[in-house]
Design a protein around this ligand. Structure first.
Ligand SMILES: Cc1cc2nc3c(=O)[nH]c(=O)nc-3n(C[C@H](O)[C@H](O)[C@H](O)COP(=O)(O)O)c2cc1C
Length: 399
């Protein structure tokens, strides 16, 4: 029997845990319809506001990190919320809910004052949305106007604004999307809990500067020679997102949806294991298209079957009891590196890294052109398996 991939998040049935995050991928009903057809469980419509809120976009908006021939290891954007206001999003939601009643449509909202937040909720509820997501988290463009991350960086603003939204929401659950651009997420997550909101979404993009053009000296992306800090997303931010999601899941009694660096089914499993109940993706479908859902579903399904689980619900949070603090780590556990010479290609990268970056415990056999571990010297720091390009080095337990 195929494992059950469906998930209950805030009392809502999701056919599987994969949802499109608020982004250019969800800025029209046509796009979302194609994604739902492809197999996505739902979508968060791109963040919208009231008609009176001006949104002036600038172009170009994107920059990327290329590493050794692989594009978009990380993506930066200086996009804002949608140029499409709530009246158009209302129409989209009506259409999508009519055509796809079994899928989940979330609306992402951002306001600048109480009346706006509450008007957005009332109108979107009336349009038939399943859940409201509040962006307290856009790190660029909006904070200057007291919106986005300016709310999510302050526990008092977070609690007050989330309360307004909860007050207005009569029928649907409310999730608060948080920013990672803060030292400690817990005071903010606790404020969300106090507000009575139903769930947390973590994380929005990480504030960054993707690069500088070394010929023109313009920070990138350059808008007619001038750059600004932007929001960083994609594979490179996965460790940051895993940190925030696990910390919230361990400490706050609210369901968590993960977003940030989820690109493959393996990433998905990791986020579920640290407590996420729902997975939102943005950069991966922007890069490879909606069809990535096929691998995401197949991989998760096979993983669960292979491990003997009958449903995705069974694996949520399984890694959390093993996430501890430094003083609880074993002082007697000992490993050393072990080179598999059948696989080793003799590139010498492990030798160089160990010589200059670690404990000089890898010996170079110049005749055979192969590395060997001096187990007396090896402390098992774990650098060499990281630099080996062919996975020829493993850590072997000795105590
Ligand atoms: C171009 C772009 C536009 C985005 N717009 C929004 C938005 O309108 N509202 C929002 O809450 N998040 C927005 N995000 C953030 C994504 O929803 C997502 O949380 C983030 O990119 C991390 O996920 P990822 O690593 O899968 O991309 C945007 C991201 C990108 C790349």
């Amino acid at each position: 029997m195929k494992p059950d991939l469906s998930i209950n998040f805030c009392g809502i049935h999701f056919p599987n845990p994969y949802v499109l995050a608020a982004a250019p991928t969800t800025d029209s009903a046509d796009q979302v319809a194609r994604a739902l057809e492809a197999g996505w469980a739902g979508a968060v419509m791109k963040t919208t506001s009231v008609e009176t809120e001006t949104v002036e976009l600038v172009y170009p908006q994107m920059g990327g990190i290329e590493l050794e021939g692989k594009k978009l290891n990380g993506l930066i954007n200086i996009d804002l919320i949608s140029e499409r206001h709530i009246d158009q999003v209302e129409q989209d939601i009506r259409r999508l809910k009519k055509e796809y009643p079994g899928k989940v449509i979330l609306a992402s909202i951002m306001g600048s004052r109480q009346e706006h937040w509450q008007e957005l909720v009332r109108r979107l509820e009336a349009a038939g949305v399943d859940m409201i997501e509040c962006s307290f988290s856009c790190p660029h463009g909006m904070p200057e106007r007291g919106m986005g991350a300016a709310v999510g960086q302050n526990p008092e603003f977070t609690e007050r604004t989330a309360r307004w939204v909860k007050e207005a929401a009569k029928r649907v659950p409310v999730a608060i999307k948080l920013t990672p651009n803060i030292t400690d997420i817990l005071p903010i997550a606790e404020a969300v809990k106090r507000s009575g909101a139903d769930a947390i979404v973590a994380i929005n993009t990480v504030l960054g500067l993707i690069g500088v053009d070394i010929d023109t000296f313009s920070p990138l992306p350059s808008v007619d020679g001038i750059g600004i800090y932007g929001g960083f997303s994609g594979p490179a931010i996965k460790p940051i997102a895993l940190h925030f999601v696990s910390k919230i899941a361990q400490n706050i009694d609210l369901p968590v949806a993960a977003t940030g660096g989820i690109c493959t089914w393996r990433d998905a499993v990791e986020f579920l294991l640290v407590g996420a109940r729902n997975l939102q993706l943005c950069t991966a479908p922007m890069h490879y298209g909606f069809r990535v859902i096929e691998d995401l579903l197949d991989g998760l399904s096979h993983y669960l079957a292979e491990k003997g689980f009958s449903s995705v619900e069974e694996i949520i949070g399984l890694a959390l009891p093993k996430l501890s603090s430094y003083q609880h780590l074993s002082r007697t556990y000992k490993v050393v590196s072990q080179v598999n010479t059948d696989i080793c290609i003799g590139c010498g990268l492990c030798f160089i890294a160990c010589q200059d970056g670690a404990h000089q415990a890898i010996v170079w056999d110049a005749e055979k052109r192969l590395p060997r571990t001096d187990e007396e010297k090896c402390v098992g720091c774990g650098l060499c398996p990281q630099v080996c390009p062919v996975e020829a080095i493993a850590l072997k337990r000795t105590a």
